[in-house]
Design a binder for this molecule. Structure first.
Ligand SMILES: *Cc1c(COP(=O)(O)O)cnc(C)c1O
Length: 493
């Protein structure tokens, strides 16, 4: 399986192996790497996936995309990544929360957010890629984060041989708990730095470092090269395909559905990585119906799905679901590529960077709306979903999952489509305790994270995740804040 760029318009596109795509992160023309075709699953494949454990399903699916990797090593890496000591509550358990809505809990890993699902395995894939491509230089991972990616990447890459990592986060764009998790990070090869501005400023800063030839040369002279851990890296995206397939298999195994039944999927969306992985699973032949794209008040994707106009020139809102406070959803580029080809994609992306907007052709939007539906929740709606879910469903959800649940309920109501819904539950409620408490109608006595965790525990009776409890006692190691223009300086210092 070869990989090509979403923006490559040459007759014979430039292609690389999967190891090379993972090592590079971004294609040379700043497009995103995509497999040249999408493998499909036969009924025999599904029959065998049904009998597998999560890590075996992961290795099986990854092997179909990462064809240059050794299958036994993939299984060994997946087994280590999704082991019970890292995911004590299971890698991707499915919980029925009433009305045939099934919460796919992706937050039982070391940082209590779904990004662990990819970032526990991706460093292992990169480490193999460096060996497979005979790489002598050090890989310097650059991450722009709206909160959860940063911590999950730091945990995944810390003290991995041949790798260093620098994480940039928007100074006022993450929750106090997220900030604490990152600034207390342990490990010899890690650096964490705040950036003035919002997530898009941080992400644009990282993207322009990747695109800067002079900086690349300077890195070369110092014996390293830049690589990414953001969801623009195929090594991040591929592992996310697995849990939709796994959830479907679990629903078949527990007799909620019969093999072949279609189910809908709802995903709280920011950078469009998680929901795009669901789309790939669907393209592989997983019987998924509608993919419901849930946004918060930064509803650029809802508007796009409904109007065909992608317009980032709009007010930016800081919401209680900060990991979805994004106006440039990078992975949407991959969907455009699949639906409309590289020429159209390159054109739309050029317009986006010049004027902040583009209009997708009607033919593309028609195909897109066959599969995707877009809904968003305001802050008030999100809070009332948290409250109603806790009292009515007896299910405590975090602010991001609540946006998803609210969107799923709106979709059901508006369309009458009552097929089962797999709801991607993307963070532990303990990761956003202040907003969850306020949504429940509580007035937290203080902003102190320890007290917030205890208050939530007392009200809900659920256990405080161990990694969050630990964070509270670790010393803060990183305090630097810089302007976007000084991000490169931080790396070389
Ligand atoms: C990153 C994140 C999202 C958004 O996922 P994308 O792949 O960027 O769409 C949603 N919820 C949480 C908790 C996240 O950390």
């Amino acid at each position: 399986m070869k990989y090509l760029s979403t923006r490559d318009t040459q007759k014979t596109p430039f292609t690389v192996s999967s190891a090379d795509a993972i090592k590079r992160g971004l294609a040379p023309d700043r497009g995103l790497f995509m497999p040249e075709s999408i493998p499909t699953l036969t009924s025999e494949d599904f029959a065998s996936l049904l009998t597998m454990r999560y890590e075996e399903r992961a290795a099986d699916i990854l092997a179909r995309f990462l064809t240059d990797y050794d299958k036994n090593l993939l299984l060994a890496d997946c087994t280590a990544a999704y082991a019970a000591d890292r995911f004590p509550g299971g890698a991707a358990p499915v919980v029925h929360i009433g009305d045939n809505i099934h919460s796919l809990e992706l937050w039982h890993g070391p940082t209590c957010a779904f990004k662990d699902m990819a970032l526990q395995i991706m460093p292992r894939l990169l480490s193999r890629a460096l060996t497979m491509t005979g790489e002598k230089r050090l890989a310097h991972i650059l991450v722009a984060t709206s909160g959860d990616t940063g911590k999950a990447a730091l945990e995944g890459y810390r003290d991995v041989d041949g790798v260093k990592i620098t994480v940039f986060y928007p100074v006022d764009g993450v929750s106090p708990m997220q900030k604490r998790q990152m600034t207390t990070q342990r490990g010899e090869n890690v650096n964490v730095c705040a950036v003035y501005g919002n997530f898009d400023d941080a992400q644009s800063g990282v993207k322009s470092i990747f695109a800067d030839k002079q900086l690349a040369e300077r890195a070369e002279e110092n014996g390293f090269f830049f690589s990414s851990a953001n969801s623009i890296n195929w090594g991040r995206l591929a592992p996310q395909i697995v849990y939709y397939i796994s959830a479907y298999c679990d629903l078949v195994n527990n007799k909620t559905i019969t093999m072949g039944d279609t189910v809908n999927v709802c995903v709280p969306t920011g950078n469009f990585g998680n929901i795009f992985a669901a789309y790939i699973a669907r393209e592989m032949g997983l019987p998924l119906g509608k993919l419901i794209c849930a946004s918060n008040a930064n509803c650029v994707l809802t508007d796009f799905i409904r109007t065909g106009v992608y317009d980032r020139t709009r007010p930016f809102y800081k919401t209680m679901s900060p990991s979805m406070d994004i106006l440039i959803s990078s992975n949407l580029e991959r969907l455009l590529f699949l639906l409309g080809g590289s020429e159209m994609t390159a054109d739309c992306m050029a317009q986006l960077s010049e004027s902040g907007k583009y209009t997708a052709p009607a033919s593309v939007m028609e195909k897109l709306r066959d599969v995707f539906a877009g809904y968003y929740c305001t802050e008030e709606e999100t809070a009332s979903v948290i409250r109603a879910s806790f009292t009515g469903r007896k299910y405590l959800c975090d602010t991001h999952t609540a946006v998803g649940l609210g969107a799923a309920e709106k979709y059901r109501q508006e369309t009458g489509d009552d097929r089962p819904i797999i709801l991607a539950s993307t963070a532990s409620p303990y990761k956003f305790p202040a907003d969850v408490l306020k949504s429940l109608g509580e007035t937290p006595a203080s902003e102190d994270p320890a007290e917030l965790l205890n208050a939530l525990h007392n009200i809900s009776g659920t256990a405080i995740p161990e990694p969050l409890a630990q964070t509270l006692t670790l010393p803060v190691r990183f305090t630097q804040t810089v302007a976007p223009a000084d991000m490169a300086k931080v790396i070389f210092e």
